[in-house]
Design a protein around this ligand. Structure first.
Ligand code: SF4
Length: 327
């Protein structure tokens, strides 16, 4: 195992200019370290910047400032000097598998394409690799001559995962890979991700809005709010004892399998919608909705500080042995 983290994100900013002349600060100063072999969840409401962050990690989106480092190498430099070797290392799984495939190519061609681009062996070697990929994602070879649109949603997502694995990457970044699927299929794809991670030793980053899934599969988690990290840590302790009032509200909506906890679960409803990322509030970005905000919150940006669960929370009230409790 390499000593360098799989992914480091350093003071990353991604701003988009709007027609109105303003700037949307989708990602606005994020630091993140994702160790090798972890299964990292990125969560938060729509518009918090989690998809932009994921796309920027893999170079599908250019950063405005800051740096992404993959396995100790600067991602921007790496892509500029040797894009192919970068894409052998890091792959992206899209939210909509159908939209990310050519509708005219059958599944064999879909899976063979990255192998051809990267000059992977003879036709026979490619055929063998395609069979290995089908085995990895538990698909029958009967899908090979079919077109993507004739497959079920679950089969299509398995094909898109197989294609992402074609070049044997060590990092998979997945943007809401379950959201286009029926609830009944989601568990199967979640199980597929966890078994692939163990079998292949992958580092997986998954952008998700389903916190129950994140609790189930992710070793660690980052909670984002309005382009910044609100809280981060190891999933189980953070979910048990969230220190940031925003995480407490998000997690209060997640049903518990434990009937004792479930009967006493109290939903925290936040007032209003998230503010616009083109004009974020001063100080703590969450202060306009935070049930325990106080004077300092509107004036001073809280740094990420140690929280009782062992991770970090960006809240003036969180300390290593105390956390604010929202009733
Ligand atoms: Fe709430 Fe203030 Fe903590 Fe922000 S810093 S989460 S506004 S208490």
């Amino acid at each position: 195992m390499s000593e360098k983290p799989a992914i480091e994100v350093k003071d990353l900013k991604v701003h988009f200019a709007t027609r109105a002349g303003t700037s949307v600060r989708a990602v606005d100063g994020i630091d993140l370290v994702i160790p090798n072999g972890s299964f990292h969840g990125i969560v938060g409401e729509s518009g918090c910047g989690k998809t932009t962050l994921a796309r920027t990690i893999v170079g599908l989106q250019k950063e405005t400032a800051g740096q992404v480092v993959i396995g100790g190498r600067d991602r921007a430099e790496w892509m500029k000097s040797d894009r192919k070797s970068f894409s052998r290392k890091v792959q992206f799984v899209f939210q909509d598998p159908l939209g990310s495939m050519s509708r005219r190519q059958n599944i064999y061609q879909t899976l063979e394409e990255p192998l051809l681009i990267h000059g992977f062996g003879s036709a026979e070697k490619r055929r063998n690799r395609i069979q290995e990929l089908l085995d990895l994602v538990a698909l029958s070879s009967t899908v090979l001559d079919r077109l993507p649109r004739s497959l079920s949603g679950g089969q299509r997502q398995r094909v898109s995962i197989a294609r992402a694995l074609a070049l044997n990457p060590s990092i998979l970044v997945c943007d809401e890979p379950l959201s286009a699927l029926d609830v009944s299929i989601r568990a199967q794809i979640v199980n597929l991700f966890t078994s692939l991670q163990k079998r292949l030793g992958l580092t997986i980053v998954i952008v998700a809005h389903d916190l129950a899934v994140v609790r189930e599969v992710c070793s660690d988690v980052t909670v984002m709010y309005l382009g910044r990290v609100a809280e981060e840590g190891i999933t189980r302790p953070l979910f048990r004892e969230p220190a940031h009032p925003y995480s407490q509200a998000l997690l209060s909506a997640v049903p518990s399998a434990n009937p004792l906890i479930e009967t006493t679960r109290k939903r925290i409803i936040l007032p209003g919608d998230p503010p616009s990322p083109s004009n974020p509030p001063s100080g703590c970005r969450f202060h306009t909705r935070c049930p325990v905000a106080f004077e300092k919150c509107g004036a001073e940006v809280p740094s990420l500080r140690e929280a009782p669960h062992g991770g970090k929370a960006a809240c003036h009230l969180a300390t290593s042995n105390k956390r604010p409790i929202v009733d």
